[in-house]
Design a binder for this molecule. Sequence first.
Ligand code: URA
Length: 239
Amino acid sequence: MRLDRFVSKSTELTQQQVSDCIAQANVSVNGVAVTDEATQVHENNLVQFNGQTLVPRPFRYLLLHKPQQTLCSNVDGVFPSVFSLLDIERPSELHIAGRLDADTTGLVLITDDGRWTFNITSPKYACYKTYRVNLAKPIKEDVAERFANGISLSGEKGLTLPAKLEVISAQQVLLTLTEGKFHQVKRMFAAVGNKVVTLHRQRIGAVELDVPEGQWRYLTAKEISSFYSAKSEDGAALS
Ligand code: URA
């Protein structure tokens, strides 16, 4: 972790105060004053501020049931940010592990642990995300096979990774993906001549959405660690 982030996560200082105290050589790493705020430090380094040892607060991991017309962004825009639903200290330290569109509902994971997020969002780790999709037209018979083989999306090189389609009814399906390209689900159905009417994410990896819309909860230790034991690209296949 960068030194400025380490100091931030160990104190109540503002970003500016952190930068100032590092620039003024008030922070030391293993006994040596360090003035470059981008210096990488690890938990086993001794980081001190004015002689006091700093201990970062533990990472936070939570899930939120995102309503429609909210933004997966740290600031409000046309709609309020999902962070406005969190009655939690220091929300600005948190980020979203895999955004949803403003009109998409469902499961959003939120954390301040960037490495953990990478395991969820990088296609390399094949973390499954399952969406319930309502469609404008009945689903055609060949779509499951086309999605399983990968399809071409406009503006993208190569094919989408294998995706699993389960038909619930003529116009409602479950789609499971291991990647998250921009508007991917909507673009995949557009590519096969259909249109997404409503989109809801109900599962990410082992974590199932289980709180009412607009509510959130902390993840359990088992849920958190499930993303560290996720399979790499050669280990996972959609069945
Ligand atoms: N795919 C989309 O098209 N939109 C989302 O919000 C998530 C996946």
